[in-house]
Design a protein around this ligand. Structure first.
Ligand code: ATP
Ligand code: MG
Length: 580
């Protein structure tokens, strides 16, 4: 799960809110428009009760009053207030959308260069949830609360100012309600913070169950595990419902508390007003204006107390998005660049121990692959072949020794320049839900002719020509339109198209039918022409042609040599050939 900015720290929601707002500070012009319109809107708030006061004080018969101004002023004031409120809403949307756009982009940029560890720690659904849902949710909630916060606190100040001006003694009675509301809000926000975090984690779990069920739909049907999976979903779903109810109850608790103390304040005001009216120190108009303004206070106080829950939810959501930007570590490479390496690869005393692993996956690996050579790696499952191949594009870093390409340690290579040197056909073929052409040319400049040649070399030209739109046919999720063997040949076509100096093949163990197999073999041979090749091989047909074969066992090189040499030696290789 994502690390939220120091979850264990004791900062209040308010402090977190200030920190998170840093990400919503642009554009300045929208902030200025927002501030101005909110100030204007709130300053106009006490004008309504102020307008009523002379009417009530003097009645409609007072000679020195121009009554006709009042209806006009009401229309004017309301139009001004509505315009200010419109401007504030637009400015707020501008701030929200601008910040959100840049935050989303930053998050995706981070994901695209993150250390590969990120993908092991966070499931795809959790990352998607952060980028797509949490960020938007956070922005919307936070900015909603900013309007309330600014608008209502300004209205509050303006109304309170007017109240003080009217009658400071009565106002003091109203003021006692504030510390009580503040106390309730503080207690509530703590509880809501932890509840919201728990809900977030539960939403991730729920999405993860859906993801697994979609990806593994065939496995689930064949195992008839539907009921079990539905139960698994139900458990998480119920937990989410409980958490949401707890949040709702906590979130709704402040309003009744505020209202209760508000009613006490009101009755106290009325009592004091009655006493004051006996001593003639309070006019009828003064009292009505006071009570109107006081009743108008209820709305901002109510909004401000309710905003706590919105802010808390917003902070939790936005913090998760920001944590992705701030805490995810980028991959780091060196500066060495070379357009096209010669293909000289050296492993010097290389060892790999995965984090938390008890045994090393590779130990004391010393081997040299000369430019243009075809090297095969064989060994039982778990002997470290994929790990060894993964060292080259730095999907894994060695924990001991050095790996060099063209005499330069891999860590000193610029990462992109390094990865440009390899074509990779992996154990599991992965295709995009895109056209054949875009899948082949992935990351490289588009060239239809070149794609056609790559398809032909991979023995796939005919099959692609038979597709409805040829090379422009959409392949569906992970190229579901193609057969297993065709998908593999498409991966080979991709490697041929890239035309990298070094080819890494991690052969699938699954035996394809011999017909397809020979097609795959032929296309592999086409891909290997003129390239240094490192092939993890299970098939004798592949291994036999290799210049040097390394036999791996428990992370070490047990034997090396050509097929004939190794057969003559006997031992591990002979066992391997017999078993495969
Ligand atoms: N990410 C990882 N974290 C921890 N251990 C790992 C990781 N990847 C592989 N291993 C372990 O390292 C050892 C070597 O794995 P590797 O994938 O290199 O084997 P392999 O020779 O490619 O096997 P296969 O023929 O089955 O593909 C295994 O014991 C495996 O369990
Ligand atoms: Mg493997």
């Amino acid at each position: 799960m994502p690390q939220t900015l120091n979850v264990s720290d004791s900062r209040t929601v308010w402090e977190r809110f200030i920190k998170v707002l840093g990400y919503f500070s642009k554009p300045r012009s929208a902030w200025i428009a927002l501030t101005l319109s909110v100030i204007v809107g709130s300053a106009l708030e006490p004008t309504i009760p102020a307008l009523m006061k002379p009417l009530l004080d003097h009645g409609f018969g007072a000679p020195d009053l121009n009554y006709w101004v009042i209806p006009l002023a009401v229309v004017g004031l309301f139009s001004l207030r509505s315009s200010a409120s419109f401007l504030a809403d637009v400015a707020l949307a501008k701030i929200a959308q601008t910040s959100l756009h840049s935050l989303r982009q930053k998050m995706f940029d981070c994901i695209s260069v993150a250390e590969l560890d990120l993908y092991r720690k966070q499931p795809a659904t959790a990352l998607a949830n952060t980028v797509v849902f949490e960020a938007t949710n956070g922005a919307v909630l936070l900015l909603q609360s900013i309007t309330t916060l600014v608008k209502d606190s300004l209205s509050l100040v303006a109304l309170l100012g007017y109240l003080l001006y009217l009658n400071w003694k009565l106002t003091l009675i109203v003021l006692f309600i504030f510390p009580i509301v503040a106390f309730a809000m503080r207690a509530l926000s703590k509880r809501l913070y932890s509840l919201t975090k728990a809900s977030q984690a539960t939403v991730d779990r729920l999405a993860y169950v859906v993801e697994e069920n979609v990806l593994a739909h065939k496995e689930i049907r064949i195992q008839t595990a539907e009921a079990q999976q539905r139960e698994r979903f139900r458990a998480v779903n119920t937990l989410l419902q409980r958490l949401a109810m707890k949040s709702a109850i906590a979130g709704s608790a402040v309003a009744p508390i505020t209202n209760f103390f508000g009613s006490i304040a009101l009755s106290a005001v009325i009592t004091v007003a009655i006493i004051q009216s006996h001593s003639n120190s309070l006019s009828a108009g003064g009292f009505v204006a006071f009570v109107t303004a006081m009743l108008m206070l209820i709305a901002p106080i109510k909004h401000l107390s309710e905003v706590t829950s919105t802010i808390t939810r917003g902070v939790v959501a936005a913090e998760r998005a920001i944590a992705l930007v701030e805490t995810v570590v980028s991959e780091s490479g060196g500066t060495f660049q070379k357009e096209r390496s010669s293909g000289l690869i050296e492993f010097k005393g290389v060892g790999v121990t995965y984090p938390d692993a008890t045994a090393a996956a590779l130990e004391h690996i010393n081997l040299t692959v000369h430019p243009g050579q075809f090297v095969a790696l064989v060994g039982l499952s778990g002997s470290g072949k994929t790990t060894l191949a993964n060292l080259l594009p730095r999907f894994v870093d060695c924990t001991q020794g050095q790996v060099l390409l063209d005499g330069v340690e891999l860590r000193d290579w610029n990462l992109q320049a390094l990865r440009q040197q390899f074509g990779l056909v992996g154990q599991h073929v992965v295709m995009f839900n895109d056209t054949v052409l875009n899948n082949i040319a992935l990351g490289q400049p588009l060239d239809r002719e070149r794609a056609q040649r790559a398809l032909a070399a991979a023995n796939l030209a005919e099959r692609v020509a038979a597709l409805p739109q040829g090379m422009d046919t959409l392949l569906g999720h992970n190229a579901s339109l193609l057969s297993g063997g065709e998908r593999q040949r498409l991966a080979i076509a991709r490697a041929i198209y890239k035309d990298a100096p070094i080819l890494i093949l991690d052969e699938a163990t699954s035996a394809l039918d011999t017909d397809t197999d020979s097609l795959v073999q032929a296309s592999l041979r086409a891909a290997m022409v003129g390239r240094t090749t490192i092939a993890i091989a299970h098939r004798l047909t592949t291994i036999r042609d290799a210049d040097v074969i390394y036999v791996l066992g428990h992370g070490r090189i047990l034997q090396s040599g050509s097929h004939d040499e190794l057969i003559a030696q006997g031992g591990a290789y002979e066992d391997f050939i017999r078993l495969s």
